[in-house]
Design a protein around this ligand. Sequence first.
Ligand SMILES: N[C@@H](CC(=O)c1ccccc1NC=O)C(=O)O
Length: 249
Amino acid sequence: MIATIQYNSRKIQIDVSKPIDISIAIDMSKPNINAWYVDDPKILTEKIDDQIIKVSEGAAVNFNSIHFNPHAHITHTECVGHITSKVHSVNKNMKHYFFVAEVVTVAPEKKGSDFVISVKQLKTALRNKKRDAIVIRTLPNLPEKKSKQYANTNPPYLLEEAAEYLKEKGIKHLLIDLPSVDKEKDDGELLAHNAFWNTSGDARMDATITEFIYVPNSIEDGEYLLNLMIAPFENDATPSKPILYKIIE
Ligand SMILES: N[C@@H](CC(=O)c1ccccc1NC=O)C(=O)O
């Protein structure tokens, strides 16, 4: 099924029957991704009056409760409420769900004992392209990324100038395959989050950061239509399901 989208003066065609899912699911049949020192997520069958509510146990339906943390366990999208004393809701502040995105691949550079994404790397990848969203795939891009235990591993992160550059370039939605755009232990500085959301000025309420994506190696860098759909929780962050569509023309 082909859809034609009028995007400003341009017509974009995509094949909606060929979605490219770049989310990481909570899947109890596999080891789960984890960060930020919390326990693993749980999907547990409820009991009502001592009856296990599960079809295989004789109940009419399956009825599981889920316990998870969006920042720790799953692809999630967050707004500035993640770092402000008022917990602004991403579900209230995100107004649109289709964007033109650039998928870029970067190998984080060594800086002291850290690995970082620099402004130079992003400039090289984006050049003069005008995009609503950037999807950052970091190297190495092994499937283990979908089950990595990140606590105390000091993962790569974005330098402040890199986040500043994305803001200046008008990128509204930043997607990355890491637990955070900032250093794991930075004494609460959160330089890249603050720069991207412009918290020292007029905060960019409708800008979002999506963490814990996974872009398969079979997907080439370049321009895509992105459908960034979120689960309706009024919270700073919520599970999301980013889907890319190759632009046919
Ligand atoms: N980098 C922050 C910590 C941080 O970001 C964080 C700490 C505990 C639980 C979650 C965190 N961030 C989640 O997105 C700091 O060192 O203060």
